[in-house]
Design a protein around this ligand. Structure first.
Ligand SMILES: Nc1ncnc2c1ncn2[C@@H]1O[C@H](COP(=O)(O)OP(=O)(O)OP(=O)(O)O)[C@@H](O)[C@H]1O
Length: 254
């Protein structure tokens, strides 16, 4: 479980994140919502210890994230940033292998278990035909899937993903969300994912954290807090929800 206490992140004299008290359970499917610039990426960077708060504490399993050895934290928490780094010269399989680094022994050899998780991630993300292709030459959506595969190969208990569906067409958006759902429900791994698509949030979230101007506007169980009123307030736009014709969730009408 994450616990944030009195967290403030200050940039150019302005509080870009102000979270007095927030918990995120380890096993949930948590969706982070909010307008552009509301502090979503800042929040998940704090969770992944990619950024340090100017005030307050961010604890994972009762220990400040900044006190963890990077490799140990990466065995427990995997993080996919919004802006994917360049990886010149690496093919898809080599990129996915990077996800195994936290588990590499002192001798630095790759073993059968590493290869098993790499192959599994390649198959789960439909990348078998692109295995030997250079990662930097992939299309935006293929590249995004390759990085998601790297995250899966990391085999950590919690996956944090910053807008993983942004470059994907609708088929792969659903494929990635279904994959994350399976990872959550079958493999019992927690998910914290930033999304802009409210219909994906309504369909997949079990918990929601909604940020507005750097503060938590609402948080809780998705089916309780994802109301038309809350969403309209979150985005300063009138949003209506109607029941999906065949599934149990609601869908957004703008
Ligand atoms: N290093 C920085 N210096 C100054 N301002 C910053 C810095 N990092 C972030 N900000 C500002 O903090 C605010 C929150 O940024 P953040 O990236 O967390 O937003 P976000 O909710 O993820 O936005 P988006 O949906 O557009 O990705 C923004 O207004 C951003 O411009």
């Amino acid at each position: 479980m994450y616990r944030l206490t009195d967290v403030e992140v200050i940039r150019d004299g302005k509080k870009i994140l102000n979270v007095p008290d927030l918990t995120i359970a380890a096993g949930d499917f948590t969706v982070v919502l909010g307008h552009n610039g509301s502090g979503k990426s800042t929040l998940v960077k704090l969770l992944a210890a990619e950024l340090q708060a100017d005030h307050g504490s961010v604890a994972w399993q009762d220990k400040p994230v900044t006190d963890y050895n990077k490799k140990i934290l990466a065995q427990q928490v995997a993080y996919l940033p919004q802006k994917l780094p360049e990886v010149s010269g690496l093919n898809v399989e080599e990129l996915i292998r990077l996800g195994r680094y936290p588990w590499r022994g002192a001798l630095g050899r790759w073993n059968d278990e590493d290869q098993k998780y790499i192959d599994q991630a390649i198959n789960q993300t439909g990348l078998a035909a692109l295995r030997q292709h250079l990662a930097d030459e992939l299309s935006g959506g293929e590249r995004q899937r390759a990085w998601i595969a790297m995250l899966l190969a990391q085999q950590s208990g919690l996956l944090i993903l910053d807008e993983p569906t942004s470059a994907l067409d609708i088929q792969y958006q659903i494929q990635v969300m279904e994959l994350l759902k399976a990872v959550n429900q079958i493999n019992q791994r927690g998910i914290v994912v930033i999304l802009h698509d409210l219909n994906l949030a309504l369909r997949y979230a079990s918990q929601v954290i909604a940020l507005k101007q750097g503060e938590v506007l609402f948080t809780g169980e998705a089916k309780t807090v994802l109301t038309a009123e809350n969403l309209s307030q979150l985005y300063n736009t009138e949003i209506q929800l109607i029941p999906h014709p065949t599934r149990s969730e609601q869908v957004v009408i703008l």
